[in-house]
Write a new protein. Sequence first.
Length: 212
Amino acid sequence: MPYSWGLKMKKLSMILLIGIAGFALSAIQGSGKAVAQEHGHHEGISLEKLAGNYAVTLQGSITTCVDPTVKPIDCKDPTATAMPFTVLQVGENTRDENGNACATFTVVRTTLPVDNKLPKVSVIRAIAKVKSYDPATGTGDQSVITYSGGTCNGASFDDKGATPTGTNFAHFAVSNDGRRIDLVLTSNVTYVTDTTGNSIGAFSLSAIQLKQ
């Protein structure tokens, strides 16, 4: 019987060890979940968390359609000729908790290939609104209206003296816990007359927003 008692004790010890190991694993898993919940990983990055001020750079290339006098013209016009440009924008963007934003950019456009023509430098305002957003993946889409003139007051826009110059749409992805937003333009329109026509042909433009 001593052998039987010893075997029982070994079994009991094994059960206790398994129980302790299981409890420790459960505690570790629970601690991991608590940390994840504390940092909001179970919910992803909310739209509200993206509110704030961002430094923005945009760069890429576009083609502008012009008529024989080199005046911008609708790209659907059969007389249109495409002129390639490189584009660089630097500015500041303020976003609110509802996905609205107002940005001010300094834009430099240079002909391609680079020649003896001076670049065109201008200042624009861009008013953005998030159209869709998935906090679990941090991806979404936004619409933008661009203006010449006007003033940004935080994420709001004062359109006094402003003239709409175009629209665009962009797909974006959020990273670094909401401190970085990468965007790629999926549609780009520059008006020819008032708010009609489009003098932009092919384009390849991307932007980075870094929270300040």
